[in-house]
Design a protein around this ligand. Structure first.
Ligand SMILES: Cc1cc2nc3c(=O)[nH]c(=O)nc-3n(C[C@H](O)[C@H](O)[C@H](O)COP(=O)(O)OP(=O)(O)OC[C@H]3O[C@@H](n4cnc5c(N)ncnc54)[C@H](O)[C@@H]3O)c2cc1C
Length: 388
């Protein structure tokens, strides 16, 4: 592992730092045009979709440049590089890899320009961890598929224009070779027959939904990849986001906010950050995040060598799940009753951020695969234990 940066990498880091110094106004000085200006400027720099090939409008950035860009943006607490989150994370990469020329031209520019949101329709009421058992079906008649069924826990669906979803087009009712017969479709959410019913989460937010499909007609030209091969499309699209750089920066940011909290509240009559138990706990959090960072460098080394990432990313995902819950619980413990207040309730600290964070763990803990599933992957594929 080589920890030194090359001259080109240092020059690129300086370019990002200079850009931030010039264009990232302090929060208090940002007007209502700030976000639109920011998105246009980072798009002009080709930093939106920075890892995507230049011929589709991406930045063609190499792995180390992506790391540097992410690091500098995170250090400066800059807004995101584009707001079409799922489009940038996996829908776009899937279209680049498997899409037709017409699909690339139709969808990629809109994703890069943050025009609308995409959502992802994989889970169903009885289908989550065992995704290959999905039942939502699409029957083809000529140039049209007709979808019937339902998807659930679909994040961002209440605000999205399009859904990238998996349907069963073959192998109905068979428990053998479940991965066969699954097809990926790109579906506009205002198509007749679609109903999006928002679901309220325990913190009171309505960011995900159950979606019902009742004889929904979708043109065959909206199929991503070959019919019946949607499983492969999904696996390789998701692999695009499997580095842990973003996760580690998010955890360090969370630790910073926790540090600010323990410096302003008291415990046993003294600032909490002078209490030995608090200091020990904060130290453990930091050590765990640092171990995630170092483990992430292993993934990075593999990526630089052009080797694909696989089961090893489950290690950091599992670590993060544990940390998210422990850090959230710790903040509530430090705050006592005030930590339970949400939003603008009378005694809410930091506008209810802590209660909201502590209730928000399912997002990172369950979304993308539960801890039990990560443990199965680590046990079976890394440690070579017998199959579940
Ligand atoms: C905040 C949030 C956002 C989400 N967003 C999306 C989204 O945008 N799109 C989407 O498609 N889905 C989304 N999901 C759904 C998510 O992917 C599923 O909830 C997840 O895969 C688990 O599936 P499940 O809920 O059906 O639980 P199950 O799979 O039924 O699991 C229930 C319990 O059984 C355990 N378990 C299951 N199988 C095994 C096994 N083989 N060995 C050991 N233990 C096992 C699990 O760990 C869990 O504890 C989201 C979920 C959450 C919480």
């Amino acid at each position: 592992m080589d920890f030194e940066y090359t001259t080109e990498e240092q020059t690129f880091r300086k370019e990002v730092q200079d850009f931030l110094a010039e264009n990232l106004a302090p929060k208090a000085k940002r007007d209502q045009n700030f976000m639109a200006d920011w998105l246009k400027k980072v798009r002009d720099k080709r930093w939106v979709g920075f890892s995507w090939p230049e011929d589709v409008g991406g930045g063609g950035g190499n792995i180390m440049q992506q790391v540097i860009l992410k690091e500098e943006m995170a250090k400066a607490k800059a807004p995101p590089l584009g707001t079409c989150m799922m489009g940038l994370a996996w829908v776009g990469p899937g279209i680049i890899q498997y899409g037709t020329e017409a699909q690339k031209q139709r969808f990629i520019p809109d994703i890069l320009d943050s025009k609308y949101h995409w959502c992802t329709g994989y889970s169903e009421p009885n289908v989550g961890s065992d995704l290959a058992s999905l039942q939502c079906k699409a029957v083809r008649d000529g140039d049209t598929y007709t979808i019937n069924g339902t998807k659930i826990w679909t994040s961002l669906a209440p605000f999205a224009d399009w859904i990238s979803m998996l349907v069963r087009t073959d192998n109905f009712g068979s428990s053998e070779a479940k991965h066969e017969g699954i097809t990926a479709l790109l579906v506009k959410l205002d198509t007749p027959g679609i109903e999006v019913k928002p679901i309220e989460n325990m913190a009171g937010g309505k960011v995900f939904a159950q979606i019902f499909f009742d004889d929904v007609k979708v043109p065959v030209e909206n199929r991503l990849g070959d019919e019946g091969k949607g499983w492969a499309v999904t696996i390789s699209s998701l692999a695009n986001e499997r580095s842990s750089i973003g996760e580690v920066t998010a955890m360090y940011e969370k630790l910073d906010t926790l540090r600010a909290l323990v410096s302003k509240v008291t415990r046993n009559g003294r600032p909490a950050n002078q209490d030995s138990k608090v200091r020990r706990t904060m130290g453990v959090f930091e050590a765990k995040i640092e171990s995630m960072r170092l483990n992430g460098l292993r993934y990075l080394t593999k990526q630089i060598k052009g080797e694909p990432l696989s089961s090893e990313t489950s290690v950091n995902k599992l670590h993060r799940a544990d940390l998210e819950v422990s850090m959230g619980d710790f903040a509530i413990e430090i705050l006592g009753a005030a930590g339970l207040q949400l939003h603008n309730q009378q005694d809410a600290v930091d506008r209810g951020k802590w209660a909201n964070d502590a209730l928000g763990w399912p997002n990172v803990v369950i979304g993308g695969g539960t801890p039990n599933i990560q443990k199965n992957i680590i046990g079976e594929r890394i440690l070579g234990l017998p199959k579940d």
